[in-house]
Design a protein around this ligand. Sequence first.
Ligand SMILES: [Mn+2]
Length: 331
Amino acid sequence: MDWQKLVDLLKGHVVYLQTHNFPDPDALASAYGMQVFLQAQGVKSTICYAGKIDKSSTKKMLEVFNINAVHIDDIPNMDEQDYIVTMDSQKYNSNITDFPGDEVAAIDHHPTMIPCTYKYSDIRICGSCCSIVTDYFIQSHTTLDVNTATVLLYGLKMDTDSFNRGVTDFDIEMFGYLHKIADNQKIINLYHNNMEIDDLHAYGEAIRNIQIYENVGFAAISFDCPDALVAMISDFILGLDVVEFAVVYAKRNGGYKFSVRNETQYYHAGTVTQEALKDLGGGGGHFSMAGGMITADKISFLGNNPEFAIRQRFLDVIKKTKAGIKKESEK
Ligand SMILES: [Mn+2]
């Protein structure tokens, strides 16, 4: 990372910080942190997104921390000369809409799915995009105020499921820095009031429908629910003692939206999901967490029992992975 290079690139331009669609706390918090950082270097920017902020706890976070994120519909005058920095996401990802501006930079903590050349990129595999943004304050010796530190710490905590998921030494180092400045009581309050009544219906349905095959748990939700909720239920299923690999999916636009979690040492959630959903819509992600979708036009490929077909596809890939590991160890 070269913070000065990013500042020099953006200076004098109209700058948008674009999160992925349906932004989660990490996306919004890291975009906010970047906005404050850039402001301190004399660069004004606007946080923007497509889709919607679908969890009321995320909306509450914006309120509590006074974050202004603007929906693309409310930015009718964005043009091709404007600069975009993608936050917590990368150009060409399926979860980010292509806006009129020029994607000159990307700040992200996810693996690259489709490579893209930027004028500046800072893609580091770690637990949260907020960790990367925190590093900009440290490296540039920019003062971090209480509100910004609290936002960044909240994003880091949420995206790593309280430091249990995908967390790296770097995240812990950034946590150590933020922790000294942040308002920790504010974080605890927000964190403990995350559950909404609608969430309970989805949990209820997942509990009724869970199916377990050895250490793999599947749960289907028959109604559309926000991405963040599908992910929460996937974490919840993984909490069962016998489940080490969780696949949760919900109806979405005539297809399905997936959230996958892995706590084994031998499967890769991203690779398994990518393979299992190949030709159906697609998927991918990290070692421990992944997402994916089956689009409406591909549903017919699943035959007359889609849920059976979905389980079969995942279990087949997992079986193949297992066989591969065996061969590897026989060498
Ligand atoms: Mn993130």
